[in-house]
Design a binder for this molecule. Structure first.
Ligand code: Z5A
Length: 210
């Protein structure tokens, strides 16, 4: 068995719908288990009791809210999650593996809802600056064409409030991830999400274990 990976890391997974984040996180966590690495697996929106309540509202197809309200609720959930789960875990020397984080807000609220409007993007930048004291050390952007992710995700049953959006929305979300990757190539790593789950997991491990 390999040695534990000692230095605590904050890792976020990002990508459009159905790219395989959950599957990739399952496989990463199996490897962290094998190396004896102490970690917390979490997700956004959600991850703490209060934020999970907000997640229910945010994903509920019966919820009808304005774009700014959605943005603020994402940050309300994030603020609680950071304070109660992410920061304490990192301070205790644990890794944090998080399914979605700030880049999803830029992609979904900034590009998907806001169509890349500079005012919306600047609101998000400002919220990050004020309410996110710790950025991920590594962000893994699972890059897969939107249609291919939808095909993978389509095997599931009921669509939530985001999954009900049309393809054009998800193309803008993709553009949001792509532009953030180009703007922040040190933190954000592009992972080719084609191929088998094991092949994708191997690409991720090469990045994470460096
Ligand atoms: N949201 C937001 O708007 N703003 C924010 O700030 C945040 C989030 C944080 C919930 O996210 C929604 O919240 C999300 C954005 C919004 N809405 N959308 N869309 P979520 O992460 O809970 O939901 P999701 O993005 O829809 O995730 P997902 O659809 O569950 O997909 P996934 O986790 O990336 O994929 P998966 O479940 O691992 O895989 C999908 C299927 O493909 C499954 O059957 C797998 O067995 C299969 N799969 C996985 N990997 C492979 C490979 N390599 N080959 C073939 N098949 C595969």
């Amino acid at each position: 068995m390999s040695h534990p990976v000692n230095q605590a890391k904050f890792i976020s997974f990002e990508g459009t719908e159905g790219v395989g984040k959950t599957t990739a996180i399952d496989l990463l966590c199996q490897r962290l288990d094998k190396t004896g690495t102490d970690y917390v697996r979490t997700r956004e929106p959600g991850g703490s009791d209060f934020a999970e309540k907000l997640r229910e509202l945010l994903l509920d197809t019966a919820t009808n809210i304005f774009d700014d309200t959605e943005l603020l609720l994402m940050f309300a959930a994030r603020s609680d999650h950071l304070a109660k789960v992410v920061l304490p875990a990192l301070e205790a020397g644990k890794w944090v593996v998080c399914d979605r984080f700030i880049d999803s807000t830029v992609a979904y609220q900034g590009y998907g809802r806001g169509m890349g409007d500079p005012i919306m993007l600047s609101k998000i930048d400002s919220l990050i600056a004020h309410f996110v004291p710790r950025l991920p050390d590594i962000t893994l952007w699972l890059d897969l064409p939107v249609q291919e992710g939808m095909r993978r995700a389509g095997k599931r049953s009921v669509a939530d409030r985001f999954e009900q959006q049309k393809t054009a929305f998800f193309e803008r979300v993709y553009q949001g991830f792509s532009e953030q990757y180009q703007a922040q190539p040190t933190r954000i790593h592009r992972v080719d999400a084609h191929g088998t789950a094991e092949e994708v997991a191997e690409r991720i491990w090469v990045i994470v274990s460096q």
